[in-house]
Design a protein around this ligand. Structure first.
Ligand SMILES: [Zn+2]
Length: 301
């Protein structure tokens, strides 16, 4: 990809090097998911409440204890910042350019529909992270949390994508990010909510089938982004699409299941087969329009 001259997004939040949530010592500039505010904290949280009570008893306004207007709760203990390698810094730059390019793409497409695109925050973490969707270890891979509308990624996943899944290359990485942003678009369009409420009434096989439709649509949305990144900003180079397709294929459910258990159980698919994922990515890529991505009423998934 020709990404080096691209715009950098301001929506990247770097939580690398921060340990698991602890109690006190919340850095003032740290943006926490709103949903965490109401949750009771650990010992540190109780400690703050006790201090607040004492402060009130002494006639001191305790609100200064709660920065950002948040309730006493968890925060992050910043461990001494390990110096980042040039490669790590470059990866961060890359991610912020891809994110910015998805923003530019979806702003235009939403405006065409008379809407406004709300940009998601992309959280970089290392090891594990707390989101509105709960505690997650890096082992789950990159994910989007509709509860706080943020994309989460441990950048070491890209190494895994290359080494374990056999999908190297910058466009393979960009596809993964664009897929997660695709879930954000589904959330903004109300699709995710509809899927969730319908899923709740279905048996497991049908619920999985609906998940597949949702995932394939996110792949198709990633294709829409690639279409515009290519046509409007010439970000793509020879071989990029192949890298993206290799990634789409590598993380198909059938491939993952075969790797994990040696056989494939289609009813348990929640993301779609390798062939489906590649095909829907290509559908979005070819058209560059939302209308290309109606996986929910397609005759052939
Ligand atoms: Zn997904």
């Amino acid at each position: 990809m020709r990404w080096q001259l691209g715009r950098r997004s301001t929506n990247v939040e770097d939580r690398r090097g921060m340990g698991a949530p602890t109690g006190m010592g919340m850095p003032g500039n740290l943006r926490l998911p709103r949903s965490r505010a109401g949750r009771a904290g650990g010992v540190g949280g109780i400690g703050i409440i006790v201090i607040a009570l004492i402060a009130m008893f002494l006639g001191v306004d305790p609100s200064f204890l709660f920065q950002d207007g948040s309730m006493p709760g968890q925060s992050y203990q910043q461990s001494p910042q390990a110096p980042r390698s040039a490669a790590e810094e470059e990866l961060r730059e890359f991610v912020s350019v891809v994110l910015a390019d998805t923003e530019d793409t979806w702003h235009v497409l939403f405006e065409q529909q008379g809407g406004t695109y709300q940009e998601p925050v992309l959280v970089l973490f290392s090891g594990s992270v707390e989101s509105a969707c709960g505690f997650a270890s890096a082992a789950v891979g990159p994910f989007y949390c509709p509860g706080d509308r943020q994309v989460y990624i441990d950048l070491t996943f890209f190494q895994e994508l290359s080494d374990r899944f056999g999908a190297p290359g910058d466009f393979a990485q960009a596809y993964v990010l664009a897929h997660e942003v695709g879930h954000h678009v589904q959330t903004l369009l109300g699709i995710s909510d509809q899927v969730r409420s319908v899923r709740a009434r279905l048996g497991e096989a049908d619920a999985n089938a609906l998940s597949v439709q949702q995932e394939l649509q996110a792949d198709c949305f990633a294709g829409i982004w690639a279409h515009h990144a290519d046509r409007s900003r010439q970000l793509l180079e020879q071989g990029d699409i192949e890298e993206g397709l290799r990634a789409a294929s590598a993380i198909g459910d059938d491939r993952l299941q075969r790797q994990a258990q040696g056989y494939v159980v289609p009813e348990s698919f929640t993301h779609g087969s390798s062939e489906q994922r590649m095909r829907w990515f290509q559908a979005g890529l070819a058209e560059g329009e939302l209308s290309a991505c109606d996986t929910f009423s397609a005759d052939r998934l």
